[in-house]
Structures are given as C-alpha cells and as structure tokens.
Design a protein around this ligand. Structure first.
Ligand code: ADP
Ligand code: MG
Length: 609
C-alpha cells in the first residue's frame, strides 16, 4: 500500500544523512550559532559526545514561536524563495539539522533575544515537543543534545572508538574556528578544556592558536585575485612537508569543503620540490560569487560544485607555485569567452627552486612481509656466492656508513665490478648477481636497527631536561590514548596542560641516533595514525608494540643519511656484500622489490644470439 511517511519517520531518515555521528551535531549547531551572528560559541562535550553535546552562543536568539518551530523539518529563516538557493551566504538553508537532531536524541533548547524580557525553553523527546515554558536565560541560544542515537541502536553500534569520535568532533570544531577568527570559541570534554580560542586579528594567529607555535614557520602567505575567484590563505613551506596529510583545508566563502581535484592542483605545484610520500599543509580560502557554486549537492554540504572548476584548478596551481617561489603569477589574467583562463606560462625559477630542494626521502612499504620462500632464496643466494665474499676479508662494523668508510684499497683483491657507483655486478655459479647498493645498505641498516630495538626491554633514555612540545589537540588525544603502551616500548610522554606534552624519555636506541624528541614524536603520531588506518582503531592496542618497533626501525633508516648520489667503490662493494649476506633477508628491499637478483647464464648468452 502506497502512503506518505509520517514526519517522525521522515525525520529519522533525514537524520541518517545529516547526522552520522556526534561530530555532525557539533558541526550543525556551531554553524547555526555562526549564522545567528554569535561572537562567542562554547561547545561542551561529555563522554565523547555520547551523553552530552551542548552548544551555547550569544547570537540573535529566537522568539518563543521560532523556538518551537525550528524543530520542524524545512523550517528555516535563511531562505524564502527558490532564487535564494543561488545566493547562499549562510551555512544553513535547508532547515533540516534541528529536525534531524531532535529525531535521534533528547534536546533541551533555551533561547532569548536581546529585545525580549524572558526567554523560552523547549524540551523535545522522540522527535516531539513535550514541554515549552518561559525561562530566564542569557541572550542567545543554548542547546543541549543528550543520548544521541538512543533510539537507533544500529547507528550507535556504527560509531567508532571514543578516541576517533572525539577527534572528529575536534576536527569539525576546528573547521569552523579556522574560518572565523573574529569569534571566541571554546571546546571542553568532560569539563576539561580542549581548546579555548580568543578572537585574533588574522587567520594566521588563529591557526597558531589551534596548531601550536611551530605552525607559524610552516605558513607561506598566498593571495591571488582574478575575476573568477580570489585565493587567500597559507600554504606549507616545502621544507616542512610532512608524512601525513593532516592540515589540508579548503574553504569557499568560509565553508569547509573537500575536493580531490583542487587537492591535486596544489600537490602538482609541489611535485618536483618535496620528496614523494610527503605532503604540504594548506589552508586555502576561496572567495567566489555564490551564484557560481552549488552547495546543495551533498547532505553535509562538504562537496561543492563549481561553475569554473578547471579555471579554478589552474588559478590554484599557479598561485601556489608563485607563493612557494616557483613562478610568477600574472595579476592580469585574461579570460576568453568560454571562461577558460589564458595563462601566462609559469616558468620555474631554478635559482629559487634550488633553495627548496632537499634530497628526496625514501618511500617505504610498511606492509612488507617477507614471503615464505625467503629462506630458500637466501640459502640459494648464499650457496651461489663465490667464496671470496663469503670469507669476509675485512671485519666491518655492522653499522658502517658507506660514505665514511676508509679502507686501504690495496688490502683486498678486487673481483667485482661497480656500475655507476650504485650497482654491483659479481659473478656467481649460475650467472651474474646484480645488487643495488643503496637498497642493500638500507636493508642492512634496517636489520641492524630492528635487532637493536626488538631486544625485549627497550631502555628509556631519561631526558635531563624534559622537553615540552606543543601539539594540536587531535594529535594530543591520539598520543594520550596510547601513553601506557608507548611507555612499554620506551617513550615516557606525559600530559602537560592542554595541547602540550612533556617528553621525559625516549628509547635509548633513538637518543643514540641523535633524533630530536620532536622528530620522534612527529614520527610516532604519523605511525599511530597509519596503524589506526591499517588495523582499525580498536585493534591497534594489540599490534602496537611489534608494529611500532618495526616502524621505528624504518624511521631510523629514513633519517640515516644515505643520499641518492652516493657512490660505492669496489672495495666498499665487497664489504657491503658481506654485510648484506649477514642479513636475514638479503635479497629483499625494505621498500618492496629486490635489492639483489641473479641473472642466469642462460639469459645472458641470449644476448649473443
Ligand atoms: P538551517 O540552519 O538550515 O536554517 P536548522 O534546522 O539548522 O536549519 O535551524 C532551523 C532554524 O532555527 C534556523 O534557520 C534559525 O532560524 C533557527 N536557529 C537554529 N539555531 C539557532 C541559533 N543558535 N540561534 C538562533 N536561531 C537559530
Ligand atoms: Mg543549520
């Protein structure tokens, strides 16, 4: 039988789209407060948003009729006619957030306008108003949302770990706080301050409030005006590109959005100057005539359609290149009739470029798993090998840096050949063995570090002067979540006020390597994030110790300076082969692929045919 669904069910369905988790409530309610011209917004969270999400603002407030009406679906004060849809300047316009929130939680709303003597209190349960009364309350709106999804068990089960839900809340809060540095924001969890942001003069200062003092070094101003769009904000210093993709934000007319396309435009600008596997941070604020955008294509409005997408792509790419000193961006771009910009060629300024060039870092495959045949291959390789290298003519320290080695060339008899200083070619019983010296060196270092790290008790090197490190709230909550497990593997990290940790100790093996505490912590944060992605957050606890040890070993190989233009002499090649064959998996490169392979005689003679 065909029938129109009752409002209550319709609202529950809508709630499924708009309200996916506690963070969605935080987003919608903060946006409402901004739309109501609040100058101060406080967000109180209990139990990761599961029991309480309360938002208090000093905005316009509502009349008593509005206070009851605002929970109706499609009740909005922000648009009134179809054309308004093409000129949206507020966050909200669909009038569905409050209806959706009320459909899946208990809500108490208190609100008062400046011109009213008394305020209104509305209590909603099961999507229906159960009580409305006059109340004394401050000017503005105060909404308390309790027990989210109490009536939708499936959705409750769908929630991720506490840690992840809190991080999502922080992330939504941050996205609005970044756009409105003129507003005072506060976020607390279980009555503890997570962020307290006073108004700032500019967005850069707001970023520093959120990300910590170090962020300032990583912000290069970007400003470009064209007839299609104005681009403002900050892009990351190429020298500070990170291993993770945090802190990449696009806003259009102050609304956060995601765009794989525009992300590509930015990454392309950095393509040749940052090591692969690292990412720049960026905070891009586009200002575009709202009639050239459509924010109505996605339930949470985080995907946006742009009229001139390809032109904006090019504008972004060129302005980032200019900002990081790679090219010049003409202020007077001509647009032809189709609206496609006629761009001046962006010429890379190579003198400037040099400034940013760093030796590329290596991309490792942390998922690497030695395959079963490994032992067999090792045995085969060793057996194949001619005696002169097996005999280890020179006793070498396991941890030797090739470039530092000083060996008397006359000491040994040479039987191998090096190619371009990097590849080692040496005859074996069944053909010719080819070794990539760089990959081999990394394999050797990796096994050395792994062995050192995995010895059961990792000694902690106590810091004589414990170092305080400012980090962003999200990373803070991630680290604190694993503090005990990290201690077991040698990191003594303790909480020190909001967004600040003190490093009392790091594993001795790391301190020996002269890696700074800050670098260790950054690596840890990245590793923990990657592990949560690989394992699912709830399972990281068990896998933490083994995996993090492995990642630590990989991090140490990465920070060892094996430059791409290193060259191996014949003598060094021989030593390297000795060391390689002491490894458990001499043929496998830690980045994936092989560091040593044999070309059989049969294959070689084919060249003569
Ligand atoms: P939308 O934001 O799309 O209009 P909502 O369901 O989020 O829809 O809110 C419905 C209406 O309730 C808003 O249009 C606004 O008039 C009113 N409202 C919601 N939150 C507030 C607030 N914090 N202060 C003042 N008015 C509010
Ligand atoms: Mg809204």
């Amino acid at each position: 039988m065909l029938k129109v669904l009752p409002d209550q069910i319709a609202n529950l369905i809508a709630a499924g789209e708009v309200i996916q988790r506690p963070a969605s409530v935080v987003k919608e309610l903060i946006e409402n407060s901004v739309d109501a011209n609040a100058t101060s917004i406080t967000v109180l969270i209990n139990d990761y948003g599961r029991t309480l999400i309360q938002i208090i603002d000093d905005g316009s407030g509502m009349t008593n009729q509005e206070a009851a009406l605002c929970f109706e679906r499609h009740a909005t004060s922000k648009i009134s006619k179809a054309e308004d849809l093409y000129n949206i300047t507020t966050y909200g316009f669909r009038g569905e957030a409050l209806a959706s929130i009320a459909a899946c939680s208990d809500v108490i709303l208190k609100t008062k306008r400046i011109e009213d003597e008394v305020g209104t209190e509305v209590h909603i349960a099961e999507g229906k108003i159960i009580d409305t009364s006059e109340t004394s309350t401050a000017v503005g709106t105060n909404i308390a949302v309790r027990n989210i999804f109490y009536n939708i068990p499936a959705r409750r089960k769908f929630l991720k770990s506490d840690n992840t839900e809190l991080r999502q809340i922080i992330s939504e809060f941050t996205k609005v706080a970044l756009t409105r540095n003129d507003i005072k924001f506060r976020l607390t969890h279980n009555s503890k301050d997570i962020m307290s942001l006073t108004p700032t003069e500019n967005i850069k200062q707001r970023i520093v409030q959120i990300e910590g003092k170090n962020a300032a070094k990583d912000l290069i101003d970007i400003h470009t005006e064209t007839s299609i769009a104005t681009v403002d904000g900050y892009v990351g210093n190429p020298q500070l590109a990170k291993k993770n993709q945090g802190n990449q934000y696009f806003f259009v007319n102050n609304r956060y959005f995601r765009s794989p396309q525009f992300n590509k435009a930015i990454l392309k600008a950095y393509e040749t100057i940052i090591p692969s596997g690292t990412y720049p941070s960026y905070y891009i604020f586009l200002t575009i005539d709202p009639s050239n955008t459509d924010v109505n294509i996605h339930p949470t409005k985080t995907e946006i359609k742009f009229e001139n997408e390809s032109a904006i792509f090019q504008i972004l790419n060129a302005s980032v290149k200019e900002a990081i000193g790679l090219g010049s961006f003409s202020q007077s771009i001509d647009f032809d009739v189709d609206g496609t910009p006629d761009f001046p060629t962006v010429n890379a300024d190579f003198n400037n470029r040099e400034k940013y060039l760093k030796s590329p870092k290596i991309n490792f495959n942390p998922l690497f798993n030695p395959f079963d045949k490994e032992k067999e291959i090792f045995e085969k390789l060793s057996e194949e090998f001619e005696p002169q290298t097996q005999e280890s003519l020179f006793a070498t320290p396991l941890r030797s840096n090739l470039s530092e080695m000083t060996i008397n060339e006359n000491e040994g008899e040479l039987s191998c050949l090096t190619l371009r200083g990097r590849y080692i070619i040496t005859p074996v019983k069944s053909g010719i063995m080819l070794i990539d010296a760089i990959k081999a060196k990394r394999r050797i270092l990796y096994e050395h570090y792994s062995a050192a790290i995995s010895c059961n008790n990792i000694p902690i090197q106590e810091n004589m002067f414990p170092e305080a490190i400012d980090i962003d709230a999200e990373s803070f909550s991630l680290l604190m979540n694993y503090a005990q497990q990290l201690k077991n593997i040698g990191f003594d990290i303790r909480e020190f006020g909001e967004k600040c940790i003190v490093v009392y100790g790091i594993p001795t093996i790391l301190s020996d390597e002269k890696i700074s505490a800050r670098e260790c912590i950054n690596n840890l944060i990245t590793d923990l994030r990657e592990m949560e992605i690989e394992n699912g957050e709830n399972r990281v606890g068990n896998a933490l110790s083994a995996q993090i040890k492995d990642k630590m070993a990989l991090d140490m190989v990465k920070s060892d300076s094996i430059s791409h233009n290193f060259s191996v002499s014949n003598i060094e090649a021989r030593l390297l082969i000795d060391e390689l064959f002491e490894c458990k998996s001499p043929n496998l490169a830690i980045e994936g692929g092989l560091c040593a392979a044999i070309i059989p005689v049969g294959e070689l003679v084919k060249f003569l045919n």
